[in-house]
Write a protein that binds this ligand. Structure first.
Ligand code: 13P
Ligand code: SF4
Length: 323
């Protein structure tokens, strides 16, 4: 008899000493069926940095696999679908950053983790949605070029006295949310807590009970005594939290990221069995070393716990939360 896909994947991961990381936007069969860890960008980066596994299978998009490889250069990092991109990551190149540096020589260059290795290599420090404000506040310069998400930059401005210079990158998921629909849901469901990802437009963020990253949202739901929540983000997070918090209600609309949803169990099994060359993440050494400096700087600046990422203990045999 052929074992179900999930069992074959788990067995192969054990034999190859592989750890399977699943971003919260992945589907429940990935997150709850095969992932060792599920969480946000920051939490998964830390797991990639600290793991003893020989192989990291990153169930997410390409920049996430690249970040794992930068943090663990001696490990084999595999992407089930190397064509899973990201509109933010693809909005800017390393050459664009160099041009901006010539225009703003006195600024700190902070880039969101949703960027390529080349872009990270050209920046001073990386940030995630969970620690963007802490990083902007911690850099010594008064002027900060924040790349590439225009909405994250706009959402930071009211929270800091620093000068924030933005760029025109956008997330194709979060740019679609509107303040009108949030106002209608608030009217329809009194007491609903509305949690908004900071990649969303500023008029949407202005209506939120919490604005932050996916890890902040998980934490808010975990701690809140409210019963109704609306997660203004990619659909996978709502699917995940419906399973983890069956007594809470998750209402409203969500939007699917076509890149995140390219990963499935069949591709995870295939990449573990016999990875094709393009599924193995490789980054030129000089780029990787410079990108690592920018990521390490993020860890240094947030070392005192200002980053909002709170690892949690085991929920079961093998799956751990990292947000
Ligand atoms: P988080 O950093 O909040 O996990 O989000 C990643 C992402 O791709 C958001 O669209
Ligand atoms: Fe990129 Fe947006 Fe998809 Fe996240 S949801 S991976 S930011 S396109």
């Amino acid at each position: 008899m052929i074992a179900p896909l999930t069992l074959r994947i788990r067995e192969l991961a054990r034999l190859k000493n592989a750890v399977i990381l699943g971003h919260s936007y992945q589907t429940p069969d990935v997150l709850f069926g095969v992932a060792d860890h599920r969480g946000d960008s920051l939490g998964l980066s830390k797991i990639a940095r600290d793991t003893d596994a020989d192989v990291i299978v990153f169930c997410g998009v390409k920049f996430m696999g690249e970040t794992a490889k930068i943090l663990s250069p001696s490990k084999t990092v595999l992407l089930p679908d190397p064509d899973a991109g990201c509109s933010l990551s693809e909005s800017i190149t390393g050459l664009d950053v160099r041009r901006l540096r010539a225009i703003h020589p006195d600024a700190a260059f902070v880039c969101y983790v949703n960027t390529s290795a080349q872009v990270k290599a050209e920046c001073d420090v990386v940030c995630t949605s969970a620690n963007a404000l802490a990083i902007v506040e911690a850099v010594p310069q008064r002027k900060v070029v924040f790349l590439p998400d225009r909405f994250m930059a706009a959402n930071l401005r009211p929270l800091t006295s620093k000068e924030i210079i933005g760029y025109d990158g956008r997330c194709i998921v979060h740019e679609t949310f509107s303040s009108d629909s949030l106002t209608a849901w608030r009217r329809a469901v009194p007491g609903v807590r509305i949690l908004v990802h900071t990649e969303s437009p500023d008029d949407v963020v202005a209506l939120a009970d919490l604005a932050g990253g996916t890890g902040d949202m998980v934490d808010y739901v975990r701690k809140s005594s409210a019963s109704d929540f609306m997660l203004v983000t990619e659909c996978g997070l709502t699917d995940r939290l419906r399973i983890e918090f069956p007594d809470k209600h998750f209402i409203g609309t969500c939007v699917m990221c076509p890149h995140m949803k390219r990963v499935d169990l069949r591709k995870i099994l295939q990449v573990l069995e016999a990875p094709r060359p393009e599924q193995v993440v490789t980054i030129p050494m000089d780029v990787s070393e410079r990108a690592l400096r920018a990521i390490d700087r993020m860890f240094e600046l947030t070392a005192k716990g200002a980053d909002g990422s709170r690892p949690h203990s085991n929920t079961g045999e093998s799956t751990r939360l990292c947000d």
